[in-house]
Write a protein of this length. Structure first.
Length: 95
């Protein structure tokens, strides 16, 4: 399948994109290359190939679930503009 320049201009119009003739020719070439690649991929024989959920069959290594950083609450709140009772105070946005 290949697109004509008029079809590319129609698609651009549907997308509300203004393109020049030079841009339409460039996009036409790019889209036609994509359609050629799709056509080649559809010709590949996949009979007997099982679907995969992921390209890698291995499981992820998990790390131990433990705390690695200490409590830094006081340090973080020391640079905040306003804090009260351990909470950050922010301007009211919704009335």
């Amino acid at each position: 399948m290949s697109l004509s320049k008029e079809e590319v201009r129609h698609i651009a119009e549907l997308a509300r994109i203004g393109i020049s003739d030079a841009e339409a020719r460039a996009v036409q070439g790019q889209l036609n290359e994509i359609f050629e690649l799709i056509g080649k991929m559809q010709q590949v024989d996949t009979e007997g190939v099982e679907p995969m959920s992921h390209a890698h069959g291995s499981a992820l290594r998990l790390r131990e679930d433990k705390v690695t950083e200490g409590d830094q609450r006081e340090q973080f709140q020391s640079v905040a503009p306003q804090v009260e009772a351990g909470l950050y105070l922010v301007p009211k946005v919704i009335e």
